[in-house]
Design a protein around this ligand. Sequence first.
Ligand code: MSP
Length: 472
Amino acid sequence: MKNKFYITTPIYYVNASPHIGHTYTTVAADVLARYHRQLGDKTFFLTGTDEHGAKIAAKASEAGQEPQQFVDLTAQEFQSAWKSLNISHDNFIRTTDPEHIKAVQAALRFMYEKGDIYLGNYAGLYCRGCEQFKNEKDLVNGLCPDHKIAPEQMSEETYLFKMSKYARELLVKIRNDEIKIRPEGRKNEVVSFIEKEGLQDVSFSRKNVKWGIPLPWDSSHTSYVWADAFLNYLTGLGWQGPKDKCPEMWPAEVQLMSKDILRVHATIWQAMLLSLGLPTPKELFIHGFFLVDGQKMGKSLGNVIAPQDLITRYGVDGTRYLLMSATAFGSDGDVSWQKFDDKYNADLANGLGNLVARVSNLLEKNNITLNIKISASDFKKDYAAAMQELKLDRALEILWQVLRRADETLSARKPWELADKEEIKKILEPVAQDILNVAELLQPFMPETVAKVIKQFSEPKIKKGEGLFPRV
Ligand code: MSP
């Protein structure tokens, strides 16, 4: 029986344009979705944008726009970036969608009527960048370490979510991998956090933030932006609220994100699901965080890398390849234009591109007929194991070992120096076969390139095609 595979990315804040970090998560999710579709699994891939809250309202007002007008523009930027990168999401959810808003209101009402949301007061330090309350000890020199701004002291009437009620149940589920958090080190961080600090009730509404979803029973409050945002993972599947049945694709097999938002996902989101009586996701996978030339990306540093910058220089599939091979999936990485250029030239221009050109050129020149089809290969098993474990960079490395071996065979046996057509064919046929087999497995990563190569190498008379990756 085929499996189901539901994969999500975080929904990105629309206070700024998409950058390489968002692109990394989204391409990775796309690779996994395409891989599972190729296996025949029933697959759903959701991404989208997170559009409410104080931070976005402030940005809109800075830009002199109404919030809705502002979020429409930035959401459009995300959508067109994903379109140019060949992202194959099945839905793009926006938290300003009326259907999403209705379902969020129904969910919060359900939790309120259950007694899991109650009126109280909350005093604490709030970081607008994170849209989260902070403890003194989370700060470095009084500043939020992620946003380098001083959090505001807030004290107001608020509705609180009784997260404390679910602490024990959650800890058990995370410990025994019912909610798997990977890599293992990330799981340990969450477990020791909950063990040490427990789970406090969280402020779930804001009185002075107008750009949000009004609470259905008290419209002087809007929903806490994270409560609204988490529910996208359900509303993106068409879920209309607790009266609706659990969507067929829920729970997610994999929820992808980076470490910046792990804690809230491992605590608040899971507790909300328990409160709603819905299953928890199978796995949260925490991939690495990119620094650019060793520094956090930021407008002030002028080092933000936008997806379009990458596409212009390396093409769509070049960009996808460079991102997926940039660092071990699950470990932080340092990227730079120099590293991207070097890797592009080595692996794509001089690697895959050159091999395909050399082999097809020799076949055409010597008028050799081949009849090869995608076939079983010894490396497919290792590749599949890497993909199942979400070792995306490793899966690529396995394929590149095959390509490098093929290159070495050519360099050693020099078919271009031979005159006998049969001899030449004997050398080229297995290499062409490897190219075809690698291409099939490369499909989730580089769909356009692969379509070209498979077409080219499935003809009996293989012809030299256009160059795949011009050097930079
Ligand atoms: N809106 C919230 C998420 C709500 S999900 C219910 C949010 N948005 S965000 O725009 O800040 O996106 C954060 C996510 O973007 C990270 O978890 C990661 O997936 C991706 N990345 C953003 N910057 C990144 C890097 N520098 N490196 C790698 N991925 C990064 O948080």
